[in-house]
Write a new protein. Structure first.
Length: 368
């Protein structure tokens, strides 16, 4: 009997939460504010997809070359008008770090020791070629063919570039496309969470529907959960678009999805807290911009961690947006055996729970 009563109460709770969520989703779609925020978030996604293309305006194939044996081929490649060649790498590791820092398809070449001697005998050693793991087979084959053609022209004979299995993977601290993709996700969900969620609370207060809801069978917990689900829905729509567009980058989908869901819940909870504290709609954009700055500035400062004091970088590493960026980049990395992201996700979950508790407390006070 008691079990049936609990089940009935649970079904009633779900009915109320879904009813409020459905109302909010429908009303939000009709709102100019919602549409402008969603369009802004999607615009950011498009910008981050197009931006890397401007790094190579000439359209020449990009080659990163490490010469392990002081070959005469290196200066010849640097003078080539048909390739965009970067040199100056002192080790294979440095070459690979630079490659994963790129956000357009690039080919890294390692000229082996004794290459010139083999070339003089008509038996040149193969050159090792590397591409980022997210480069598709067609682009990789095109880069290889372009490099082999130009090297053959410069060397006066065919030279093979060996690329089988030579994929380079980012780390959770890598820049390039890995960082840009995580940044696009975080900026878009933060913009929606901080921009949209507060309006859900403020509009309810200004239209007096909040008071009506709180004297209905709906409790403050129902209201908070429903508002969070509404904001979460819009965050997930945009984040899903980013992940699908960059599907070839993602190696660990479970980790990526967990980071997106937790990140969305965190930004929405901050937005709901903001909306519950701010009483007037005209001042809401000012407070939203301040919150957006507080959450996103550390993410950009983290890029310059070598220039900052160690204490500052240690503290910033545990700010939820910075933590989420590293987790997302971890989902783009190959080897998770040595990476433990459970603590990072737990920190974000704890911050989310703390902020949501603050929202529930504030709404409960309104109930009284």
């Amino acid at each position: 009997m008691e079990k049936n009563t609990r089940m009935t109460a649970l079904r009633e709770d779900l009915r109320i939460i879904l009813a409020i969520t459905s109302k909010d989703l429908l009303e939000a779609v009709k709102s100019k504010t919602t549409l402008s925020i969603l369009i802004s978030a999607l615009f950011i996604v498009v910008v981050y997809q197009i931006l890397p293309k401007f790094e190579n305006p000439g359209g020449l194939p990009v080659m990163l070359v490490y010469d392990a044996g002081e070959s005469q081929l290196l200066p010849a490649l640097k003078r080539s008008p048909n390739l965009n060649v970067y040199t100056g790498y002192t080790s294979q590791a440095q070459l690979e770090r630079k490659l994963v820092g790129g956000d357009i398809p690039e080919l890294a070449l390692t000229i082996p020791p004794g290459f010139d001697q083999g070339l003089g005998r008509g038996e040149p050693s193969p050159i090792e070629g590397y591409v980022q793991h997210w480069v598709n087979n067609s682009d990789a084959a095109q880069l290889k063919a372009q490099a082999e053609q130009e090297i053959a022209r410069l060397a006066g004979q065919p030279v093979t570039i060996h690329m089988e299995g030579n994929l380079v993977y980012p780390t959770p601290d890598s820049g390039g496309r890995s960082f840009l993709t995580s940044l696009a996700i975080l900026i878009s969900i933060t913009l929606i969470g901080i921009g949209l969620a507060p309006h859900l609370m403020v509009e309810e207060k200004q239209t007096r529907t909040l008071d009506a809801l709180l004297v209905s069978p709906a409790r403050s917990s129902h209201l908070v959960i429903a508002k969070a689900l509404t904001g979460l829905s819009y965050c997930l729509i945009v984040a899903t678009v980013v992940l699908l567009v960059n599907a070839n980058l993602v190696l660990h989908w479970g980790l990526a999805v967990a980071a997106v869901i937790l990140g969305s819940l965190f930004t929405v909870s901050v937005g709901l807290l903001l909306g519950s504290l701010v009483g007037a709609k005209p001042v809401l954009p000012i407070w939203s911009m301040m919150a957006l700055t507080v959450l996103m500035l550390p993410l950009f400062l983290a890029i310059m961690k070598d220039l900052l004091p160690t204490a500052a970088t240690t503290i910033m590493a545990w700010i939820p947006t910075v933590t989420l960026s590293r987790v997302l980049r971890g989902s783009f990395s190959r080897d998770l055996a040595s990476m433990a992201f459970g603590l990072e996700l737990l920190v974000v979950a704890a911050c989310t729970a703390a902020v949501m508790a603050g929202v529930a407390w504030k709404v409960r006070r309104s109930d009284r």
